[in-house]
Design a protein around this ligand. Structure first.
Ligand code: ADP
Ligand code: ZN
Ligand code: ZN
Length: 701
């Protein structure tokens, strides 16, 4: 009989929801040789959960003031999944940082960013998976060896691209590479720089991580990587994969077999033992920010990860976020510019169409102006394509009775139900509730209820009526619900089966439409006066991006145009847009932000609360504010009073928010660390409060 091995105290990160107030890893007993980064089954309460062996506490370091439990009271860990190489020290530092920064527990974050299937396996099942993967990899290697290697075609770089590439490659020579901001117009050849930089990293035997905002909106980027790196192991990581695929891809990255990982924000946490380069494409895109759970910014974490792993990070954009732009101005990021479009294609001429010139009459805001229709007709006659952009889906944002003033309000939200003509429903875009369109006004019986305003569905209809014979197609969240439908609709545009494409921001992003020579934004003014200080920044980048869809074919570029229908043609935003002058726009925005003490010159955190009643949500935040004021660390911070959110009620839940503004990140972090435990305690006392969350560096205010 062998001696039982002595057990020792281990710290294990488990998925304890943040709101239980557990923030650090928990103590268990386990074998001496269990290394940090190993997955183990443990008991939490009465449940068997997956845990991750964390690091030993350094001497004298304690996370809480509580006395540690004596060893006699600790539970032993269960089965370890030690067939899997441990998650590295650097990976754990990344998770630790993210958990601390975004105010979540380490265990919650660590387990949330692992593939869900991994959490459900026992040691034997994992071994089976690994074996299957080995076999598949061996087969793939054999097949690859038998097929002759295709040497991919690579365009010769332009002089400017060469300079940019040299600058990117030089980053890797530094022991602590500076993050780079690759600023280049759409079509200036940024992707080619990513490809070449990736190639260099692969030659060094390293792995490359490429982050994209939304994988289905960037099929071309994925295709270009696949084409250039044919014969290399490329995997994707995003939430549309099946659980089995996600596990397989994640394992390929973790085992160091995948050379390239292409993914959305969650991929920033991919375990990659030989990481050598991180690319963040369209770094300004809001979808890099996670909107629930740990509300992390994958872009910001990518920069932190680059710093941790001492590898270059390339942030690419035509319209960088003002945060990144300010870092470049201040010298923290290395700015690399691409100022010319490949092939010398000009950017479209921007025409600001002044809506005030139109005769004022009822409903004029919903008009497609005659000159715009003429311009569309001209393209049609020449066999060219146009893109008409409107960031609002559905037929009309509201139905209205002009006898009694009834409006199609959502019964569960402080918002209108949107009229969708195609399936004759009224749908709330906030809570999702859907009802049949009434035949007559539900309030007074008037049969003449009319749609007010216009969404993409109506725009499509109006265009088809105004331009008989034109093949009008629409792409938005409603037309692309079915798997594969976006791809087929995009293919139709590429093949020339569409004359006029109507769409929301989905079509403004990413796609390389060769034949589009006219882009029109029919009603973009709303964002100029939004209460969200980032709305102009988003509008500018969306319009620049939409405009970038036109004239990508150099031969047609000279004749390509972008039309903006606006009531405010003199607005500084449109004036900069007309000159394609991001720098001027960024300059004026940064000036405004500095004056108003907004990011990137201040640091924000937002606490949101939802309750069954207004009082429950508000009282929680009022109490939270009092608790904050009692903390010495709140000195010098600005604590704004709780206010209802822009859409105050969603799905019968009342929503309030409270903003905290700090002069420095560190100050905000210190304050949050002290304050959050009080919020957990308050939550337990506040009746009727359903949810609350803290959002550090919130994107939408
Ligand atoms: P961006 O990513 O900045 O929008 P891309 O890298 O997609 O720009 O380049 C725009 C187009 O020009 C693509 O079709 C690409 O294949 C092509 N391209 C890029 N670099 C070159 C080059 N040096 N020579 C010829 N074509 C190029
Ligand atoms: Zn009525
Ligand atoms: Zn609703």
């Amino acid at each position: 009989m062998s001696e039982p091995t002595p057990l020792r105290r281990l710290r294990v990160a488990v998925e304890a929801p943040q709101h239980s107030g557990l923030t650090g890893p928990l103590d268990y007993l386990g074998p001496q040789d269990l290394t940090p980064g190993t997955l183990v089954h443990v008991t939490l309460g009465r449940r068997d959960v997956m845990g991750l062996v964390w690091d030993d506490l350094a001497e004298g370091q304690a996370l809480t003031d509580d006395e540690p439990l004596p060893e006699s009271e600790l539970r032993p860990v269960g089965e370890a999944l030690d067939a899997l190489p441990p998650l590295s020290d650097r990976w754990r530092r990344l998770v630790e940082f993210a958990a601390g920064y975004y105010q979540r527990s380490i265990g919650e974050l660590a387990l949330a960013v692992l593939p869900p299937q991994l959490r459900e396996l026992d040691a034997k099942q994992l071994q089976a998976r690994l074996k299957k993967l080995d076999k598949a990899d061996a087969e793939a290697a054999k097949a690859a060896a038998e097929t002759p290697a295709v040497v991919p075609e690579r365009p010769a770089l332009t002089a400017q691209q060469q300079q940019a590439l040299d600058a990117v490659l030089a980053l890797a020579d530094s022991a602590t590479p500076q993050p780079a901001l690759l600023w280049g117009l759409t079509g200036s050849g940024k992707t080619e720089i990513y490809l070449r930089a990736a190639e260099a990293a692969l030659e060094r035997g390293q792995q490359v991580l490429v982050l994209v905002p939304e994988i289905n909106l960037t099929p071309q980027l994925e295709a270009r990587f696949a084409e250039r790196f044919a014969g290399h192991a490329i995997v994707s990581l995003h939430s549309a994969l099946t659980p089995a695929q996600r596990l397989r891809h994640w394992l390929a990255a973790h085992l160091g077999r995948a050379q390239l990982v292409l993914g959305t924000r969650l991929a920033v946490f991919a375990s990659m033992p030989r990481l050598g380069l991180i690319v963040v494409d369209e770094e300004h895109d809001p979808s890099y920010k996670q909107q629930d759970g740990a509300r992390y910014s994958a872009r910001d974490l990518a920069v932190y990860r680059g710093h941790l792993e001492k590898v270059p990070v390339v942030l690419g954009s035509a319209t960088p976020s003002l945060e990144s732009w300010q870092h470049a101005l201040g010298g923290r990021y290395r700015r690399i510019d691409l100022t010319e479009r490949i092939g010398g294609g000009a950017l479209p001429r921007v025409r600001l169409f002044d809506m005030n010139r139109l005769e004022r009459k009822k409903g004029v805001t919903t008009t497609l102006s005659v000159p715009l229709l003429d311009a569309l007709r001209k393209r049609l006659d020449r066999g060219e394509q146009s893109l008409v952009f409107l960031n609002r889906r559905g037929y009309a944002p509201v139905l209205h009775c002009d006898q009694c003033n009834w409006k199609s309000d959502c019964p569960h939200c402080s918002a209108h139900q949107v009229f969708h003509k195609e399936d004759r429903t009224l749908r709330c875009h906030h809570c999702g509730v859907s009802t049949r369109v009434p035949r007559a006004c539900p309030s007074c019986g008037n049969p003449d209820i009319a749609p007010l305003g216009r969404g993409t569905e109506r725009l499509e209809e109006q265009l088809a009526q105004a331009l008989p014979g034109a093949r009008v197609a629409r792409i938005d969240a409603d037309t692309t619900k079915l798997k594969g439908s976006l791809e087929s609709q995009l293919a139709a545009v590429h093949e020339g089966d569409v004359d006029i494409l109507v769409g929301t921001q989905m079509v403004a992003k990413g796609h390389d439409f060769r034949r589009i020579t006219l882009v029109a934004a029919v009603n973009p003014d709303g964002a100029l006066f939004s209460s969200d200080f980032r709305a102009p920044e988003r509008l500018f980048s969306l319009l620049m991006q939409a405009g970038g869809r036109a004239g990508r074919d150099a031969a047609q570029a000279a004749a390509s145009e972008m039309w903006v229908q606006t009531w405010y043609p003199e607005h500084a935003l449109y004036q900069s847009l007309q000159k394609h002058d991001y720098e001027a726009f960024a300059g004026s925005q940064l000036h405004e932000r500095m004056t108003a003490n907004l990011p990137p010159f201040a640091h924000l955190a937002l606490v949101r609360a939802e309750g069954r009643t207004v009082e429950a949500a508000r009282d929680f935040l009022v109490a939270a504010q009092e608790a904050a004021q009692a903390l010495p660390l709140s000195l010098g911070l600005l604590l704004y009073p709780p206010v209802p959110m822009a859409v105050a009620r969603v799905a019968d839940s009342e929503r309030f928010q409270m903003l905290i503004e700090a002069g420095s990140r560190a100050q905000l972090q210190r304050f949050l660390r002290a304050w959050l435990p009080e919020l957990h305690a308050l939550k337990r006392r506040q009746k009727g409060l359903t949810r609350w969350a803290v959002d550090v560096d919130p994107l939408a205010i």
